[in-house]
Every structure is written in structure tokens, then in C-alpha cells.
Design a protein around this ligand. Structure first.
Ligand code: NPW
Ligand code: K
Length: 490
């Protein structure tokens, strides 16, 4: 598991380490040296400008300046505010710097090959303006290699949001663990290449801190992926149901059904309204087809407990059709994956949806896009952090909530969360979301817990996109899954 620590959790890691006997200045020295090591990938002779802020982020900058100067680099250091404003470890680091300290405005950004951004890190707590904002704009225009200390200044570590203006770094050196703001958008594009440096904080502090957010990598969910038995049977792998839309809206459900079969379900049935049976039949092979007469038909189908997971939403149709179907699915004992029209069906009464989820024996996964999210959670839609939005929506609804994007975030009602960073841009294509819903469904049908299944599906979907490359269409994604699974196990 690759934990992501909020700035508050990182401060706690710092505090616990200092309490256990490592002086703060020692952590700062190690942090500054890690920055210097990254900067020193540029050849000797490169001019280096170091922009220091008034807190400990600036302290790291003073340490890096001293070490780089000692290695023979030509270093110029500029400080925001007076030296007398520095406190604690930052004041100690500044006292050990024997070079000149100029003002930020005097720093020769344009004549430097590397700029070290040590203005603000974890302590940024408001919009940047004035002299600091002007310096950041100049840094971004400089054309130099930009190495940010801990976070690109202006990026909020918890949310990845830009507070006013933010440095666009070539590289960022952070300490101990990455922060949500390094992977959430737009933070990730400001971070550039990320180095996570060991500064001597012991892993054992994580037991005390118990962080709840992690990077979406196989470590986060692989232990929950069902292991196939040598003597296993398709009936051991679950039976997923996907609900088809009417005659002119069947493609989305077939994409989801196909993906569910690829991702893990032993059997997949497409439940089709009578008018769409012929068109569905013409397109299916391994996926089975069953006639479904409205909500009663779906309820009857799901009364067979072997059908243990149902996915609905893509192409489901207008509220009058969609809502009774979703209600039937939620009244059944099956796990439910809800997407698209299935979510919009409750836009007038989201509480009705949450009431039906509460107390169900089987989990619900919701995969809203931003518009669908705003309809179900109007007050949460404006929250700046995606992590916060996903967590609060999960807590309120009782479902696992998946918020899509380049930084797809999955959260469960207890606050656990995973953020993905492996999605290539060409995943944004018609039907891609239907395929994602299907992958989740197949994994849930196979018996994977819902939170882990949603996380795994996001990662697999991203990797499938990366394997296929530009030009992929949604149909290809599910078919690339065997290759992705193979790579996962070798
Ligand atoms: N934790 C660890 O393990 C370790 C942490 N380390 C390092 O410490 C960093 C955190 O240090 P930090 O807490 O001192 O905060 P930091 O980012 O320097 O900024 C605070 C200063 O900025 C100011 N300020 C804030 N917003 C502003 C604005 N918009 N516009 C203008 N001013 C603004 C604020 O001023 P004030 O609010 O007092 O006016 C305060 O003076 C962390 O990122 C890492 O680099 C390492 O040394 C090793 C171990
Ligand atoms: K910084």
C-alpha cells in the first residue's frame, strides 16, 4: 500500500519522529540534501536560483543552497520577507548559510539554469498574492528547470487545488510519502516528476496515524482479488446481470456485460426489455440473454440468489423507466453497480436513493460523472477537493463512490479512499465509462469487496488504455484485460 498523507498527517509524522528523538533540524537537513541531490543532476556550472519562503519550506531551501554551494554550484538565494521573520529550524538553517540573501525581486530567475521553489509547502493556507505571486509568474516564464520543494508553491497539499497562482515544476521532491495534492488534478500537472525522499521518518509512525487515502496501485487491492481455484467452476465465480435499455439504447449495456465477463464474473446475463431482445440477440455470444418485463421482471430474475450482482444505468432511459428498475435492483439481495441514468433517476429525491441503500446486506457502487454527482449531491459538488467530495458522498449515501477523471477517486463510507494516476488521456472516449462499470460488476460478482473492486477496476481500465494506446475505442478495453491480468501476475 502506498499511503498518501495529508499535510496534517505529515505534520503528525514529523511530530512523532521528533518526539522519538530525531531533532527537527536533522529532518530539515536530510530534506534539503534530498533536494540538493535532485538539483545536482544538472551539471556543475549551472546557475541556481533558490526562492525561499518564510516557513520551514524556505528552511529546506537554505539547506539545499548551502549543500549545493559546498559542491561548487553558483547559488543565488532570495527570501520572501526579512530574515528576522524566520523561526525555529528555518532560522537555524538560515544561520548556517554563509552566502548573500537577496529579496525575491532581485533573484535572477532568467539567468539561472535551475530554479528551486522553496516558497511554500505544507503550510500554504491562503491565496498567494503580491510579491510571491509575481515571483511565481516569473518562475513559470523563465524556461529554467524548476525543482519544487515538497509541493509546487501554490498547490494545496490536501486537495491539489491552486491557491491563486502556482509554480509549474519540472520536478518535485517530497518527503516520506506523497500527498493527495501530488496526484489530484490540477496539482499533478504542476508537480512534474515526483521524487519521494526518505528523510528518516520511520514507517511505524503510520500505525499511529492510520492514513485512509492511498495511491491506486495493485498493492491497495490485489490481496482482495479472488484467486481462481484449479478445480474451480464458472458457478463459483458469480453471475452478473446487466440491465439493457430499450431497442435504440442497448450498446452501453452490452459493453458493460462484455466487460463484466472479461473482468471476473463466471456468467453474465443481459436482462433485456422485450422490444430490445432481437437487437441484443444479434450481438451476443458468451453473454446470455433473458427477457425482462419491467421492474417486476427484474425483481423476479434477481429473486434467484445465484445472480449475485446487478449493474444498471448505461442507456437505461428516462426516469419513469429507470427508477422502478433501480428500486427493484436495490430491493434485491444482489450487489448493485449504479451508473448514468440509474443515478439521474433519483435527481429529484436523492434521499430516497440513500434510504434504499441504507441497511442493504450487499454493497452498492455508484459511478457518477460530474453532472450526475451535482444532481445527487448539490451541496458537495462545489467542495474544492475531489477526495473530500468522494468521501462525503460515500458517507452520506452509504455507497462506494467513484468520481471519474484523470485522477479517478474511489471512497467508501468509512472514509477509505484511493486515487488513481495511471489513466491515459485516450480513455476519454464514448462507452469508456460503461466498460468501467462492467469491470466493477464482474469483480464484485466474483466476490471481491466493493471498495477494492472499484479501485481494481479503475486501475485495470487505465492499464488497458495504456496497453492499447491512442486509437482505442471502448470495445477494445475489455478485450485488453487478459493482457493486463497477465502482467499483474508475472
Ligand atoms: N513535516 C515534516 O516532516 C517536514 C517538513 N519540512 C518542510 O516544512 C514545510 C512545512 O513548513 P511550514 O509548516 O513552516 O509551512 P510552509 O509551507 O513553509 O509555509 C508556511 C509559511 O508561509 C506563510 N504563508 C502561508 N500561506 C501564505 C500565502 N498564501 N502567502 C504568503 N505567506 C503564506 C506562513 O506565514 P503566516 O501564515 O505566518 O503569515 C508561514 O510563514 C514542508 O512543506 C517541508 O518543506 C522539512 O523541513 C522536513 C520535515
Ligand atoms: K515549494
Amino acid at each position: 500500500m502506498i499511503e498518501l498523507l495529508t499535510p496534517a498527517e505529515m505534520a503528525e509524522a514529523d511530530r512523532l519522529t521528533i518526539a522519538a528523538g530525531t531533532p527537527g533540524i536533522e529532518l530539515m537537513e536530510t530534506a534539503g540534501r534530498a533536494v540538493a541531490d535532485v538539483v545536482a543532476r544538472s551539471p556543475l556550472g549551472t546557475r541556481i536560483a533558490i526562492a525561499c519562503g518564510p516557513g520551514n519550506n524556505g528552511g529546506d531551501g537554505f539547506v539545499a543552497a548551502r549543500i549545493l554551494g559546498g559542491r561548487g554550484y553558483r547559488v543565488q538565494l532570495g527570501l520572501l520577507g526579512g530574515l528576522d521573520r524566520l523561526k525555529g529550524d528555518a532560522a537555524l538553517a538560515a544561520a548556517a548559510w554563509r552566502g548573500e540573501v537577496v529579496s525575491l525581486a532581485e533573484l535572477d530567475f532568467h539567468g539561472s539554469g535551475v530554479i528551486v521553489d522553496a516558497l511554500f509547502g505544507a503550510g500554504l493556507d491562503r491565496e498567494i498574492g503580491g510579491e510571491a505571486a509575481r515571483a511565481i509568474e516569473t518562475i513559470n516564464r523563465s524556461g529554467a528547470r524548476i525543482v519544487a520543494v515538497d509541493l509546487p508553491s501554490g498547490i494545496q497539499g490536501e486537495t491539489g487545488q491552486v491557491l491563486g497562482v502556482a509554480v509549474r515544476a519540472t520536478e518535485t521532491v517530497t518527503f516520506f510519502r506523497a500527498k493527495p495534492g501530488h496526484v489530484l488534478m490540477p496539482g499533478r500537472v504542476h508537480v512534474g516528476r515526483l521524487t519521494v525522499a526518505d528523510i528518516g521518518i520511520r514507517e511505524t509512525v503510520l500505525e499511529r496515524i492510520a492514513p485512509k487515502a492511498a495511491l491506486n496501485r495493485p498493492e491497495a487491492w490485489l490481496p482482495s482479488l479472488p484467486v481462481l481455484k484449479v478445480d474451480g467452476h464458472k458457478y463459483d465465480r458469480g453471475h452478473a446481470v446487466v440491465v439493457s435499455g430499450g431497442m435504440t439504447q442497448t450498446g452501453a449495456a452490452r459493453l458493460a456485460a462484455h466487460a463484466a465477463l472479461r473482468s471476473g464474473a463466471g456468467l453474465v446475463t443481459l436482462a433485456s426489455p422485450p422490444d430490445a431482445l432481437a437487437v441484443n440477440a444479434a450481438h451476443l455470444t458468451a453473454v446470455m440473454l433473458k427477457r425482462m418485463d419491467g421492474a417486476d421482471g427484474l425483481a423476479a430474475l434477481l429473486s434467484d440468489r445465484r445472480l449475485n450482482a446487478v449493474g444498471l444505468g448505461p442507456g437505461l432511459g428516462a426516469i419513469e423507466v429507470a427508477r422502478p428498475l433501480v428500486e427493484a435492483a436495490l430491493a434485491s439481495p444482489a450487489a448493485v453497480v449504479l451508473d448514468a441514468d440509474g443515478l439521474s433517476a433519483f435527481k429529484a429525491e436523492p434521499q430516497q436513493l440513500f434510504a434504499r441503500i441504507a441497511g442493504r446486506p450487499a454493497p452498492v457502487v455508484m459511478t457518477p460523472h460530474d453532472g450526475e454527482f451535482a444532481r445527487l449531491f448539490p451541496d458537495l459538488a462545489a467542495l474544492p477537493g475531489k477526495l473530500d467530495r468522494a468521501r462525503q458522498a460515500a458517507a452520506r449515501s452509504g455507497a462506494v463512490v467513484l468520481l471519474k477523471g484523470a485522477d479517478t477517486t474511489v471512497a467508501d463510507p468509512s472514509g477509505r479512499a484511493m486515487i488513481a494516476d495511471n489513466a491515459p488521456p485516450y480513455l476519454a472516449t464514448a462507452g469508456s465509462g460503461d466498460t468501467l462499470a462492467g469491470i466493477i460488476l464482474g469483480l464484485v460478482a466474483e466476490g471481491m469487496p466493493a471498495f477494492e473492486a472499484a479501485g481494481a477496476a479503475v486501475w485495470l481500465h487505465g492499464e488497458a488504455g495504456a496497453v492499447l494506446g491512442r486509437g482505442l475505442i471502448a470495445e477494445d478495453l475489455a478485450d485488453a484485460l487478459p493482457r493486463v491480468f497477465t502482467r499483474l501476475f508475472v
